[in-house]
Design a protein around this ligand. Structure first.
Ligand code: FNR
Length: 361
C-alpha cells in the first residue's frame, strides 16, 4: 500500500498536499512573508557537512538521552503544532497514540483541537508529554486577569500529568503569512482551540498591551511545580535572561519561519546559544532544544553536534497524519529514528554524549 512506499519524510508531503484542502495546506506549509527563513532553516542543515570516524566499537549503540531528569528513547520530540483536526478527524489524539507507540515525546500545543486531558490519556505509557503554553489574556484584559487565566490552564496541564511547560514567546501577534492569506484560510466549523477561552476581541494595540514580558516568565516559574522551557529565543542575551527568570531550558526556534521573516536559520544560532547557556548560572544544566527544518536522521545528529540536547519535529507530523493517520505518524517517526541510528553508526558514535563539533566538516 501507499504507506509502505513511504521511505523518507518527504514521501508524506506530496500525499498530504493532495489530501488536504488548499487552505489547510497553505496553513500547515506556509511561512511568513517571503519565506526566506522557512527556506533558510532547511538549507542550513543541508549545508552543514559531516566528518565521520570509522572503525569505532559500535556494540551496544544507544540513541537514548536524558532531558530534565527523564530518560528519552531518542533525542526527538514532536513539536507543538496547532489544530491537528485539520489534518485528520482524530487530530492530536491520533498523533499522541503514534508518539506513544514509538516511545517518542510530544509537546501539545495550547491551540490543540482536542482536550488536553484526552491527549494525555491517548499518550499513556512512558514517553514524555509536555504542554506548550501561550500566555493567556483573561476576560478583563488586564495583567491580573491574564495571570489568573494562564495559571488555570497551567493547573489543568499539571493535573493531567504533563511533565514540563514550553512557553512560546516569539509570537505576541501573528506573523504576516502571505501564502495563508492568499489561500483565504479560516478555521472550518468544528475545529477550534478547545482548551482555551475565546480570545477577547481587540486590535493589535490591545494584543500588544496584554503581551507577556520577562516579569511574566519569572512569575510563571514561581507559580508552577513544572520545569519551564522558553521557546522562540534567538538572541544570546534573551537566553541568559530566560535562565535568570528561572527557566530550565530553551527551544531555539523561529516558529518554523512562520512569524518574523529574515531571522537566521536555527542551525546557525545553535553554537552561540549553547555558549550563552554554558556561561549562565542557574539550577542544574539547562536543556537546549532546537527546531526548524529537521527532516533527516543526519539533521538530528548535526543539531546535537552543534550543541542541542534534542530536537523538535514540526510539519512532517501533520503531513504524515494527513496522508495516513496515526499509522503515518508512527511510520514517519520510525523512519527518522532508524535514520538517526544509521547516522550515529556511520559517524562512529555509540551514544549521544559522543556527538560533538568534531563530527562536523
Ligand atoms: C506551529 N508551531 C507552533 N508553535 C507553538 O509554540 N505553538 C503552536 O501552536 C504552533 N502551531 C504551529 C502550527 C503549524 C501549522 C506549524 C507549521 C507550526 C511551530 C512549531 O512548534 C515548530 O517551531 C516548527 O514547526 C518547527 O519547524 P518545522 O519542523 O515545521 O520546519
Amino acid at each position: 500500500d501507499a504507506l509502505s512506499r513511504c521511505f523518507a519524510l518527504d514521501d508524506f508531503t506530496a500525499e498530504a498536499q493532495a489530501r488536504l484542502s488548499a487552505e489547510a495546506w497553505a496553513y500547515f506549509s506556509g511561512g511568513a512573508a517571503d519565506e526566506i527563513t522557512l527556506r533558510a532553516n532547511r538549507a542550513a542543515w543541508d549545508q552543514q557537512q559531516l566528518l565521520p570516524r570509522v572503525l569505532c566499537d559500535l556494540e551496544g549503540l544507544d540513541p537514548g538521552v536524558s532531558l530534565l531528569g527523564r530518560r528519552h528513547r531518542w533525542p526527538l520530540m514532536l513539536a507543538p503544532v496547532a489544530f491537528q483536526r485539520l489534518a485528520h478527524e482524530d487530530g492530536e489524539l491520533a498523533t499522541a497514540a503514534a508518539a506513544a507507540a514509538l516511545g517518542t515525546g510530544l509537546v501539545l500545543s495550547s491551540q490543540a483541537s482536542q482536550p488536553l486531558e484526552a491527549v494525555a490519556r491517548a499518550m499513556g505509557g512512558d514517553a514524555a508529554l509536555w504542554f506548550q503554553l501561550y500566555w493567556q489574556t483573561g476576560p478583563e484584559g488586564n495583567r491580573a486577569s491574564g495571570r489568573a487565566a494562564t495559571l488555570a490552564l497551567v493547573q489543568r496541564a499539571e493535573a493531567a500529568g504533563y511533565q514540563a511547560l514550553v512557553l512560546t514567546v516569539d509570537a505576541p501577534l501573528s506573523g504576516v503569512r502571505d501564502r495563508e492569506r492568499r489561500a483565504g484560510f479560516v478555521l472550518p466549523a468544528g475545529v477550534s482551540a478547545v482548551n482555551l477561552a475565546p480570545a477577547p476581541a481587540g486590535d493589535w494595540r490591545a494584543l500588544l498591551a496584554r503581551a507577556p514580558t520577562w516579569a511574566e516568565v519569572e512569575w510563571l516559574c514561581a507559580h508552577t511545580r513544572l520545569p519551564v522551557l522558553v521557546k522562540g529565543v534567538l538572541h544570546p542575551e534573551d537566553a541568559r535572561e530566560a535562565l535568570r527568570c528561572g527557566a530550565r531550558g530553551l527551544v531555539v526556534s523561529n516558529h518554523g519561519g512562520r512569524v518574523l521573516d529574515t531571522v537566521p536559520a536555527t542551525a546557525a544560532l545553535l553554537p552561540r546559544l549553547r555558549d550563552a547557556l554554558q556561561h549562565a548560572t542557574g539550577p542544574g544544566m539547562p536543556c537546549l532544544l532546537v527546531d526548524g527544518g529537521i527532516r533527516r536522521g543526519t539533521d538530528v545528529l548535526k543539531a546535537l553536534a552543534l550543541g542541542a540536547d534534542a530536537v523538535l519535529l514540526g510539519r512532517p507530523q501533520v503531513y504524515a497524519l494527513a496522508a495516513h493517520g496515526p499509522h503515518g505518524v508512527a511510520r514517519c517517526l520510525a523512519l527518522l529514528h532508524d535514520e538517526f541510528i544509521a547516522a550515529m553508526a556511520l559517524c562512529g558514535v555509540r551514544s549521544v554524549d559522543e556527538i560533538g563539533p568534531a563530527l562536523l566538516g
